[in-house]
Design a protein around this ligand. Structure first.
Ligand SMILES: [Fe+2]
Length: 279
């Protein structure tokens, strides 16, 4: 994973932000796009090709459902391979979860039973997807609000998956913070358990609060806790790319997002000199 390009600090491309992204391209190193918005829509794909001439672009999927029993749809994978080729993506990503059963599309990223058997099956599936699409593939940790008793902790489960496949980790630091708060574990213990050398990219976002729960809303500024966690990760391992995710409650002043992109860039560049050699 260390051979992948260092993209720097970017922003999740959303239609609501398109105009501002265009105006402030010099302050955004790269863009992540939602794969499913561009897989089969010809006009949208043409616009994306134009963006890809100006920015590195990484497709980030939400519907691969890599944890489902059934293999991902062949037409979906073919379109995804075409998309990553079209934008010459350095990698592509999706989530460690399932989003549908044989009969039902859940409409959410659902957590998997955390057993070694499930982790190894998922790892095999991830390698198959990576080979089929033909580019490096990153898996992202999700949020979950109900945590059933399972043999492995979330960090142990992710480590088990990564041990058995040649994929990277998209570490969503905000998701880690949300899960740690909702389920009462120490995020630093979580980092201790992960093979951090597999982290290629991080996500940063702000969460909502409702009664006793922290919610994965991407609707607020990145909080201090998440910045602290990012610094902790960067102190431990090289990170090729950081990304600000904002999906709701877009600020009137776009410079708020640009400042977050800039702050993430600064944190990435703060890596101790004695560790940079391994980057
Ligand atoms: Fe994320």
């Amino acid at each position: 994973m260390g051979t992948l390009p260092r993209l720097g600090s970017g922003l999740g491309y959303r239609a609501e932000l398109a105009e501002d992204i265009d105006l402030h391209a010099d302050r955004i190193d790269w863009l992540e796009v939602i794969s499913e918005h561009f897989l089969f829509a010809r006009e949208a794909r043409e616009r994306l090709r134009e963006l890809a001439r100006r920015f590195p672009v990484v497709p980030h999927g939400v519907e691969l459902s890599i944890g489902s029993d059934r293999e991902p749809d062949a037409a979906y994978l073919e379109a995804l391979a075409s998309l990553v080729e079209d934008v010459d993506a350095p990698w592509f990503s999706d989530h460690l979860c399932f989003t549908r059963t044989d009969e039902v599309a859940l409409g959410l990223l659902a957590p998997l039973p955390r057993t070694r058997q499930v982790a190894r099956r998922l790892a095999g599936r991830a390698d198959w997807v990576r080979r089929t699409v033909g580019r490096p593939f990153l898996l992202e940790n999700i949020t979950y609000y109900v945590d059933l008793a399972t043999p492995l902790t979330e960090a142990q489960f992710i480590a088990e998956v990564l041990e058995h496949c040649d994929c990277g980790l998209l570490l969503d630091v905000a998701n880690l913070d949300i899960n740690a708060r909702n389920h009462g574990f120490d995020p630093l213990d979580f980092l201790d358990t992960l093979p951090l050398e597999r982290v290629v990219q991080v996500h940063l976002a702000g969460a909502g609060e409702e009664e006793e729960m922290t919610l994965d809303t991407h609707s607020e500024a990145v909080p201090a806790r998440v910045w602290d966690l990012l610094e902790e990760v960067v102190a431990r391992t090289p990170v090729q790319a950081a990304l600000i995710e904002r999906d709701a409650n877009f600020p009137d002043d776009f410079t708020e997002l640009l400042d977050e992109v800039g702050r993430a860039r600064t944190v990435l560049a703060s890596r101790p000199a004695e560790l940079i050699g391994g980057a």
